[in-house]
Design a binder for this molecule. Structure first.
Ligand code: AHR
Length: 519
């Protein structure tokens, strides 16, 4: 695989060449019909107390030799700022349903065993106030998941009062004593996590009872900062859970509860549970298989949205895909409970394909959170002591920044196909959007790991003379960035001329390019 791919790339010199007209794929972007807004919150992150994500990856403590601001790593903050992270979901995950917020505020912290992830000690040195400090340092919104599994409505309601009360209540005063007189803004509130599994193995009706109570009594008191409540949604193609949540919402009345969104969890796992596919040194079978699995996200969103449409044709309730990404075997030698895996060029392509799916469903999917942000699963960033490395997936999120809050544009093309053994995938995946500042952004993914894709893109009505951006390709689909070789996969600048409203570009095999048109 490595030899074949690098041969083609060498021939291309990893550059973008003029399109060869004879076998070019025609792509047409309808610039006159901007559609739904691609909510910036579909580029959200997830930071659970799991493995070395919080402790080591984000929080090193004020007295660490690793450069930090109030205990939070400077290098990680700088890297995250470049992604324009819209929100960070915290503290879990499964961990959220065993988290007791009072353990993590004030001068004295209560250490606890992290029973979700390896029974390691959690010092609770990173708690609510440190979380909001992280958000402020990276410029992101809060997405807090309250404990519905082992906590009470009262505990969760108190937490919200601690975080958001502007008036001098006892909990607001406690927050002020802890150094934060001004109320925090909680943009999103998760009402539990995977209540059908690690959140308590509840039936749909057991959960909807919790949803009614937590939805009614756990409230935001910050008048300047509206909050959206996200109910637990499904984690499989089965629609019974969705039906129960949506029916309960539809039948509410008077001053009862309300929700603004329902979650969907879907990991890409090839060949069944537990995840056992390696994250390094894999072949084309895994490449094609994993990407084939990930493309099922589209059908999953369609079938769950169809049930939501039945109760909510106006799409008031957002579908929040607040856990997604590839889940692979733990790295050899790592603690299996820490969910540490490498991150390859294939995984970058997987991220682009999922972001494209979410963008195409922008009318319903208004939030997503990749699992997870640092050192866990399909991470943006990996750390080891003072060292930090950015993953190929990180670069996709960075390249996609122009799509945040952009309006989706209709795109037509004949993708063709790429086949490996019994897996056939579209060869090409494209989205386009009118950016917030009135420009046009295009994302182009060539899934085929052997053939370059020659594209001839019609942009009717566009007067721009050139497009600029970045392209992410690698010498092999299993290329990764390591601490020893941190820049093996990193984007390169790319430019293309636009003549008579047509943009010609050749994508290397297994690559993603994002271009924005000159204005
Ligand atoms: O992301 C790891 C775990 O996967 C989360 O804690 C849980 O919600 C899901 O099952």
């Amino acid at each position: 695989m490595r030899a074949a791919l690098s041969g083609v790339l060498l021939a291309l010199g990893l550059s973008v060449t003029a399109a060869a007209a004879q076998d070019a794929i025609d792509v047409r972007v309808d610039t006159s019909k901007p559609g739904a807004t691609i909510d910036r919150h579909i580029f959200g992150q997830f930071a659970e107390h799991l493995g070395t994500q919080i402790y080591g990856g984000i929080w090193v403590g004020r007295h660490s030799k690793i450069p930090n601001v109030r205990g939070i790593r400077k290098d990680v903050v700088a890297a995250l700022r470049a992604l324009h992270v819209p929100d960070v979901r915290w503290p879990g995950g499964c961990y959220a349903d065993q988290y007791h917020w009072r353990d993590g505020v004030g001068k004295t912290r209560n250490a606890r065993v992290n029973g979700s992830w390896g029974n390691v000690l959690d010092s609770n040195d990173f708690g609510t106030d440190e979380y909001f400090d992280l958000l402020q340092q990276i410029g992101a919104d809060a997405y807090v998941s309250v404990n519905v599994g082992s906590g009470t409505v009262e505990e969760a309601a108190d937490w919200l009062e601690y975080m958001t009360a502007a008036q001098p209540t006892a909990l607001a005063k406690q927050r002020a004593t802890n150094g934060h007189p001004a109320p925090y803004k909680v943009a999103f509130l998760g009402l539990g996590n995977e209540s059908w599994d690690c959140g308590g193995l509840m039936t749909p009706s057991e959960y909807t009872e919790k949803m009614r109570l937590f939805g009614r009594f756990v409230n935001n008191f910050n008048p300047g900062a509206p909050m959206q409540k996200i109910a637990v949604g499904p984690g499989t193609p089965d629609t019974a859970w969705t039906d129960a949540v949506m029916k309960t919402w539809k039948e509410r009345h008077g001053w009862s509860f309300d929700i603004n969104g329902m979650s969907l969890h879907s990991y890409t796992v090839l060949d069944g549970w537990p995840p056992h596919k390696p994250s390094t040194d894999f072949g084309e079978q895994d490449y094609a298989g994993v990407l084939g699995e990930t493309l099922k996200m589209d059908g999953l969103i369609q079938s769950q949205s169809a049930v939501m449409d039945k109760y909510d044709p106006d799409k008031k309730i957002a579908l929040a895909v607040d856990e997604w990404g590839v889940w692979l075997a733990p790295m050899p030698g790592s603690n299996p409970a820490f969910l540490q895996q490498q991150n390859s060029q294939r995984d970058a392509i997987l991220a682009a394909l999922n972001l494209n799916i979410f963008a195409r469903h922008a009318d319903r999917v208004r939030m997503s959170n990749i699992a997870q942000m640092v050192n866990v699963l399909q991470a943006m960033i990996m750390t080891d002591g003072p060292k930090m490395v950015l993953t190929p997936t990180y670069y996709i999120f960075k390249m996609y920044v122009p799509f945040q809050d952009a309006a989706l544009l209709p795109v037509t093309y004949d993708a063709g196909s790429y086949t490996f053994e019994n897996v056939t995938l579209p060869r090409l995946d494209v989205i386009a959007a009118r950016t917030k500042d009135g420009g046009i952004a295009v994302s182009l993914t060539n899934i085929d790991p052997h053939k370059p894709a020659v594209l001839d893109i019609a942009l009717p009505g566009v007067s721009a003379a050139a497009a600029h951006g970045q392209i992410l390709s690698a010498s092999a689909v299993d290329s990764v960035n390591s601490f020893a070789a941190p820049n093996t996969v990193s984007p390169r600048p790319v430019s293309a001329r636009i003549e008579d409203g047509r943009l010609a570009i050749t994508l290397p095999p297994a690559s993603v390019a994002v271009l924005t048109l000159d204005r």
